[in-house]
Design a protein around this ligand. Sequence first.
Ligand code: NAP
Length: 662
Amino acid sequence: MLCTMTLLAAEASPARRDRDMRNPHAGEPFDTSDEQIAGALLDVSIPTLMLSLVHMSGDPELIRGRLKPAGLFLNEVQGYMTEEDKEEARGMALETIRHYRDGGCPEPEPISAELLHEMMAWLVCEDVPAEYVPMLMEEMGLDGSDARRLGAPGDEAAREAFPVVVIGCGQSGLLAGVRLKEAGIPFTIVEKNAGVGGTWWENSYPGARVDVGNHFYCYSFEPSDGWTEYFARQPELQAYFESVMTKHGIERHVRWETEVVGAAWDEGTATWSVRVRTKGGGQETLVARAVISAVGQLNRPHIPEIPGAGTFAGPAFHSARWDHAVDLTGKRVAMIGAGASGFQIAPTIAGDVEHLTVFQRTAQWMFPNPNYHAAVGPGVQWALRHLPFYGRWYRFLILWPGCDKGLAAARVDPDYPDQQRAVSELNELTRQMFTDWIVSQVGDDPDLIAKVIPDYPATGKRTLQDNGSWLRMLTRDNVDLVRTAIDHIETDAIVTVDGERHPADVIVYATGFHANRVLWPMEITGRDGVDLRSMWGERPAAYLGITVPGFPNLFCMYGPGTNLAHGGSLIFHSECQMRYIAQCLDELVVGGHRSMEPRQAKYEEWHDRSQREIKKLVWSQPSVKHSFFKNAHGEIHILSPWRLVDYWSWTKEPDLADFVVR
Ligand code: NAP
């Protein structure tokens, strides 16, 4: 494995030189003054900086001495180095960077695969198993290549005869567009909204921000050195997707404010007829040889049916349909639901409203993240822009702690005694850590502590992040946390089952999405008129989360069984899926085939295996009573139980033996 990578590194370098191109990750040359460099170094992640120095100097001894990170924790990017050690590292860095600058910022020579592996392990203070190295190398693209980009299949006429419709222009649909354009395959993206971003277009509620570090939560081939916060807010995320769309010239392929209502496969012509509702309400049909569904799992708002809800006199809206015309200042606001969305909304609005009542059915586990609202300083932005491979190593640094370790804490030890409390020894330790954080924030209010400590195992639902803002918000005088069930709603109040009236001028439903109704409400009809949703019933499935037998040339991104609750990022998953899909399309175009679909046995085996696996994980446990991961039968069909490295390797290349190709 390592030998292959040495070869790759060796091969990439002359090719780059031939093209006379600077590796895009080598940083832009600069003439920044010594003082400014010294200032920038005060901000940066020192362990990441030290790896950049190895590239600049070509000297691995820089990381073989006394100065090294002491440990790793998610979002802790200084590796627990002492202030003295960091200061010493900065001094060494200033000297190396000055030399590099004065030499004209030459593009660093490629580094051997063995040294890169050593650098990985050094940065994260543990062995990085060899099976992960190719995936990480690809994710970082240190040689400046984009291994997930594919060439154009077949000749132009063959490609022109293979139009593709992509449903949705969120992060996955936009990625599909970028890759299809690179492959020279004609495509149309149909998007129900008026702009790009999907989730990051629709969720404009106060406080909306991502909770995967942005220097990882972005396309591997489109890093940004301009993030203003480590966990960017919605406008900045939407602007990022807008910029990628513009840079790659995707906009002219998009039909905005047009919604796919259904699609039907015609075996005679081997085409999909995709029915759309246009902006003006008209109906149209687009004909395609293949369809890529990129509709996401979390965009059809769920509002529970609560008696009397229709009688409420004030404004009432869902978190993903925020009504910006409603001024909450001085209002009594009731927020029903407190999952990931509510966790962000409540702390943001609590200071403006007269009173906030938070109705939370189930307490949520959260882990401490002091950087959650932190700004990216100008020094870090300078380093990302100029220091060779700083951004690439930083990406790896925040990726690694969320790379399959969450699965270990989620795995059920059937012999662990108190399954309501924890599912394993490790899960119990996680519980302790999370509990300590919660208690440290709430102080000595036993009533509040009783309300905010969950009664199910840690990480049993989607774990949230807190920098103190949620728990601080709950201690405000103008905030009440209600854990009693709601009975009904009246014109100006919410009444709980204990008979208490909670007056409200505005209701915010932060009650989540119809996550289990996959591809709903579209009507997808496959071979012999089979309706996809009827076939699935409550158990949606797709081989590798991507293809379904009887539905030829239909490919899902972020399909059933691919949501992530244990780490990683959906953008990483989308890149795996799109590479796989692009290779399938390549096969269809080059081979002149009519269609491909997975073998029934393969599909069933995958689903059975995934179901067996997910039942061994905490999310499936009966102790977790309410969770959008579960369907009405308590089964989970939308989440991935698999390690990122496994999913990456399974989707790296389609095995044609898995398919019926006609
Ligand atoms: P959610 O996690 O499904 O939370 C919905 C909330 O509404 C929960 O508190 C739930 O209570 C409550 N609820 C639902 N039905 C109810 C009912 N009938 N009666 C009382 N309460 C009810 O939805 P979300 O907060 O919108 O988040 C959904 C997903 O979107 C997240 O898991 C995440 O994947 C994504 N998201 C991410 C971010 C981010 O990146 N920072 C932000 C927002 C959303 P129970 O807990 O008891 O079910």
